[in-house]
Ligand binder design. Structure first.
Ligand SMILES: Nc1ncnc2c1ncn2[C@@H]1O[C@H](COP(=O)(O)OP(=O)(O)O)[C@@H](O)[C@H]1O
Ligand SMILES: [Mg+2]
Length: 244
């Protein structure tokens, strides 16, 4: 079953087609890796799927049922998608704990007006921060964390959304081996829980280890897709990388 289908999607920036009539499918409950040379449209695809940027034409189909011709950021958690950013985005002037609590209680304007941090929220925040090894740092301002810790906090916030699909845009970039190990485990645990993971990553060792399915983008188009080992052997894929 395809939880997300991108159909003939085009997204231009000032005439440059970052996504060019792209059609791809994301299967439910597996880890789909996305690779491609720099500028091939990987991040743009994630921006589009999360309503961070609009698109010129095409559609996104959710759950093989709902066809979206526009996507608004506030619709995205409703249809079941959340993401992390290639460049980490947090509330720097808030504590680590508050960054997670904010996500846990952010449930639309009305809910936010009336909802308080209940014991249940605090318990969930603790669970998430323990999972990413940041519970000891909970009273620190997010702005004071190291780069690796900031990436982990961003992941905790994405997990707090508890959506069906989580999109990771280069989560491993710049991380120390210990933290890489932790992030790998988090991604594998999501699959165990039946969640759908989309993983943009340059490191082929990590892609091979984690991906069940692999998509290769090149110039905003799909170059190849399928079983990672098969895809990585394809001549056009090897050439796209040698030509980079
Ligand atoms: N905000 C933007 N404004 C203008 N051009 C952009 C913007 N974001 C991306 N692009 C262009 O779109 C193309 C795809 O970029 P991107 O999706 O970031 O690629 P990737 O993540 O695969 O490296 C590139 O040519 C890039 O320069
Ligand atoms: Mg990118």
């Amino acid at each position: 079953m395809n939880i997300l289908q991108v159909k003939n999607l085009t997204k231009s920036y000032d005439g440059v087609k970052a996504l060019n009539d792209l059609s791809v499918s994301i299967q439910k409950g597996v880890i789909t890796g996305i690779i491609g040379p720099n500028g091939s449209g990987k991040s743009t695809l994630v921006h589009v799927l999360t309503g961070m940027t609009g698109f010129n034409s095409g559609a996104v189909v959710v759950d093989e049922r709902v066809e979206l011709e526009t996507i608004q950021p506030y619709d995205v958690p409703v249809y079941g998608v959340t993401r992390t950013f290639q460049d980490v985005r947090l509330f720097n002037q808030m504590t680590v704990l508050d960054n997670v609590l904010l996500t846990l209680t952010e449930r639309g304007v009305f809910a936010a007006l009336f909802e308080r941090h209940t014991a249940l929220h605090e318990e969930k925040a603790r669970e998430l921060l323990e999972q990413v090894n940041l519970w000891q740092k909970r009273h620190e301002l997010a702005g004071n964390l190291s780069y690796g810790q900031r990436k982990l906090l961003e992941i905790a916030r994405a997990l707090a959304m508890n959506t069906e699909v989580i999109l990771f845009d280069e989560p491993f970039a710049g991380l120390f081996p210990e933290i890489i190990k932790l992030v790998k485990q988090i991604i594998k645990d999501l699959r165990t829980q039946g969640k759908t993971v989309v993983l943009i990553e340059h490191n082929m060792v990590l892609i091979r280890e984690l991906s069940d399915e692999l998509l290769v983008l090149d110039s905003g188009q799909l170059l190849a897709s399928g079983d990672p080992e098969v895809v990585l052997q394809k001549r056009e894929v090897v050439e796209a990388y040698l030509g980079e």
